[in-house]
Design a protein around this ligand. Structure first.
Ligand SMILES: *Cc1c(COP(=O)(O)O)cnc(C)c1O
Length: 237
């Protein structure tokens, strides 16, 4: 039997409070202000009928992975949340996402930038470039060497596609310290590119850190952490 809406709300509330505390402590440890990192909840784990409980528990920012789910959930809960897109985005799905979200975290090809420019509403679309920092198994994200090609493509869209920063998914590891370098490196990439791309793009956002590694990611400069399992997880309080 699926748990009641109330039980879900209580659990999400409690888990979210823990994540918020951990984020706040990590910000303080690293000498950053209390509002310098936002918590995005990865909503792929939630059925449409569970979304109300998320809003009631104080979740305000969701990230969806699939265009179809995004449309379905927005139909009912469009106003209850701010929406981002965090999953791999196929070019042919760009048109279904582009007017629906405030930020697309997962742009990883010039072709996708061009498609987004073509499909963007008048006000344009904001993106992060997804970087495959570790260079290992993960299928998605560009290598560091290809990042500027994407920024160049975006710069050529006359403001229709605006880069706000970078996103990465760290490899799954047992010891979280083993991925600290991934976050440090994404930040270094951002700092280096901000110098020369500053006139075009703000490049202030670093979307990095998930349930396993968000504390380390915030210590290394994350401005957006994408949290799923630790909030929905079935066991425990
Ligand atoms: C599911 C997902 C997350 C959340 O991962 P958890 O390990 O469940 O916290 C973050 N980012 C992306 C891109 C995801 O698909």
């Amino acid at each position: 039997m699926r748990e009641s809406e109330e039980a879900l709300e209580t659990r999400v509330w409690r888990r979210l409070a823990i994540v918020r505390e951990n984020v706040a402590a990590a910000l303080e440890r690293s000498g950053r202000g209390p509002d310098e990192a936002r918590i995005l909840v990865a909503s792929k784990y939630y059925a449409p009928e569970q979304m109300r409980a998320l809003a009631a528990a104080g979740v305000d920012l969701l990230g969806e992975n699939r265009a179809q789910d995004l449309a379905a959930k927005q139909e009912t809960f469009g106003d209850a949340f701010e929406w981002h897109f965090i999953g791999h985005l196929q070019r042919r799905k760009a048109k279904d996402v582009v007017g629906r979200v405030g930020l697309i975290h997962s742009v990883d090809s010039v072709a996708l930038v061009e498609e987004l420019a073509k499909r963007a509403p008048e006000e344009g679309v904001e993106i992060l470039v997804q970087v495959n920092v570790s260079g290992e198994e993960s299928k998605y994200g560009v290598s560091e060497g290809d990042v500027e090609r994407i920024l160049e493509a975006a710069a050529g869209t006359e403001g229709r596609v605006r880069a706000r920063g970078f996103m990465t998914i760290a490899p799954a590891v047992e010891r979280v310290e083993d991925v600290r370098y991934v976050f440090t490196k994404l930040r270094a990439i951002r700092d280096r590119l901000r110098g020369c791309w500053g006139p075009h793009f703000e490049l202030s956002e670093l979307s990095m850190g998930m349930s396993n590694d968000y504390i380390v990611a915030v210590e290394q400069g994350a401005t957006l952490v994408r949290i799923g399992r630790t909030i929905i997880g079935g066991d425990g309080p």
